[in-house]
Design a protein around this ligand. Structure first.
Ligand code: IPM
Ligand code: MG
Length: 379
C-alpha cells in the first residue's frame, strides 16, 4: 500500500471503531436500566487456569468446602468445576475463550479463577481481558491493607475500556508510525464511579481520589475526571480529590501521605499499574486479591500470573494461595455471605500476623498444602 492507501484504510477502520464503540455505549445505557433478582442457590464456578493455577485454586476450593459446609449441604450454594480454560485447550481450539467454557461460566453467578497464561505474539489474546469484556466486568476492585502503617486502600479500576478496549486494534504505517486508541465513555465512567462512591458510602470511607493524567490526556482522562465529579455530587459527605498518576505513584511510597488515601478511582491502565505497586507494598503481588464485577457476573482472581517458571523448576507446590484466598473473601462478601467472608479474612490475617507458616515460592518456605491446612485450622 502507498501512504494515501494506508490513510484511507486507517480512516475506514477508525469509522468502524467509532460505530462499534457507540453500540457498546448504547448497550451499557440499556443494561443500566435492568435489575437483577434474588437467587435461591448461588452457583460458584471454579476455574483452574494454567501453571500454579490448579494448585492454588484447589486450595481455595478445599477452604470453601470447609467454610460453606452447611450452605453446600442445604443446596444454598453449589461449587461447579469448569474445565477448559487452559492454554493447551485454548490453543488447540484456536479460541481465546473456548465457547463451551464461556457457556459454563455464564451458567454461574460468580466464579473463582486461577491465573491464565497469555502467549506472546500469535492470535490467542489474554483470557482475562476477554472474560472481562465478554461478561462486562467493569469494576476491578483491589483492596490493599498495611495495618501497621495505618493503610487501608481500595482501588476501583475501570476494567472494560480505556487503553484496553481497542488495545489490539490500533493502526500502523509500517516503518513510519503506530497509533493506539484509548476510549472513555460516559456510561462506562459513570458506572465505575458509582461503584467506587457506593463502596465509600457503605464502608464509612470519607475520601475518594480520582487518578488520571488529565493535563495531558485531555479528552479521555479529562472526561473521566469530569464524569466522576458529576457522580460525586450525589455523595456530598465524601471528599473528592484529583491527582495525577505520576505523583500518585510517589504518594503510595510517601509515608507522610500514604495513609491519608482510602478509595482510588482510576481508568484501566493506571489502575493496572498502581495496583501492582500497592500490592507489592503490602507484601507482594501474591498477597492481594482482585474482584472483577459487573451487573450480572463477577470473577474473582489472584493479582499475580500463572508463574510458569515455578512449574518448570518443580516449585509448584510452594506457590502461595494467599492471593486467590483474598479474592475468595471478596467473592463471599459479593454474594452476601459476609459472615463467612469475615471468618476467612480473619483467618488469613491471623496467619499473616503469626508468621509461622510463610509461603515464599521457594523450597525453604512452607508449601501451599501446609498453608492451607494451617488456615483451615485457624478458621
Ligand atoms: C491484571 C493483569 C492483566 C491486566 C493482564 C494479565 C492482562 O495485569 O489483572 O492486572 O493487564 O489487566
Ligand atoms: Mg496487572
Amino acid at each position: 500500500m502507498n501512504q494515501t492507501e494506508y490513510i484511507e484504510s486507517a480512516v475506514a477502520s477508525f469509522r468502524a471503531l467509532l460505530e462499534e464503540q457507540l453500540l457498546r455505549v448504547a448497550a451499557m445505557e440499556e443494561a443500566a436500566s435492568l435489575k437483577k433478582g434474588e437467587k435461591e442457590c448461588i452457583k460458584i464456578g471454579i476455574v483452574d487456569g494454567d501453571g500454579i493455577g490448579p494448585i492454588i485454586v484447589s486450595a481455595a476450593e478445599q477452604v470453601l468446602q470447609v467454610l460453606l459446609k452447611e450452605e453446600l449441604a442445604a443446596g444454598k450454594v453449589s461449587l461447579e468445576k469448569i474445565e477448559g480454560l487452559t492454554i493447551e485447550n485454548r490453543l488447540a481450539c484456536g479460541q481465546t475463550l473456548p465457547a463451551d467454557t464461556l457457556e459454563a461460566i455464564k451458567g454461574c453467578d460468580v466464579f473463582l479463577k486461577g491465573p491464565t497464561t497469555t502467549p506472546k505474539g500469535g492470535t490467542v489474546e489474554s483470557a482475562n481481558v476477554a472474560l472481562r469484556r465478554a461478561l462486562d466486568l467493569y469494576a476491578n476492585v483491589r483492596p490493599v491493607a498495611i495495618p501497621e502503617k495505618g493503610i487501608d486502600w481500595t482501588f476501583f479500576r475501570e476494567n472494560t475500556e480505556g487503553e484496553y478496549v481497542l488495545g489490539s486494534r490500533g493502526v500502523e504505517i509500517p516503518g513510519k508510525l503506530a497509533m493506539d486508541f484509548k476510549v472513555t465513555t460516559k456510561p462506562g465512567t459513570e458506572r465505575i464511579a458509582r461503584a467506587a462512591f457506593e463502596f465509600a458510602k457503605n464502608n464509612g470511607k470519607k475520601n475518594v481520589a480520582i487518578v488520571t493524567k488529565a493535563n495531558i490526556m485531555k479528552k479521555t482522562d479529562g472526561n473521566f475526571s469530569a464524569i466522576c465529579h458529576e457522580i460525586a455530587k450525589d455523595y456530598p459527605d465524601i471528599a473528592v480529590e484529583d491527582w495525577y498518576i505520576d505523583i500518585m505513584t510517589a504518594n503510595l511510597v510517601n509515608e507522610k501521605i500514604a495513609n491519608h488515601f482510602e478509595v482510588f478511582l482510576l481508568p484501566n491502565l493506571y489502575g493496572d499499574i498502581l495496583t501492582d505497586e500497592a500490592a507489592q507494598l503490602q507484601g507482594g503481588v501474591g498477597t492481594a486479591g482482585s474482584a472483577n464485577t459487573g451487573d450480572r457476573y463477577a470473577m474473582f482472581e489472584a493479582v499475580h500470573g500463572s508463574a510458569p517458571r515455578m512449574i518448570e523448576e518443580g516449585l509448584g507446590e510452594y506457590a502461595s494461595p494467599e492471593s486467590i484466598l483474598r479474592a475468595t473473601v471478596m467473592m463471599l462478601s459479593h454474594v452476601g455471605l459476609q459472615e463467612k467472608a469475615d471468618r476467612l479474612a480473619a483467618a488469613l490475617d491471623i496467619l499473616r500476623a503469626r508468621g509461622d507458616v510463610v509461603v515464599d515460592g521457594t523450597r525453604g518456605g512452607a508449601t501451599c498444602k501446609a498453608y492451607t491446612d494451617a488456615l483451615i485450622g485457624a478458621l
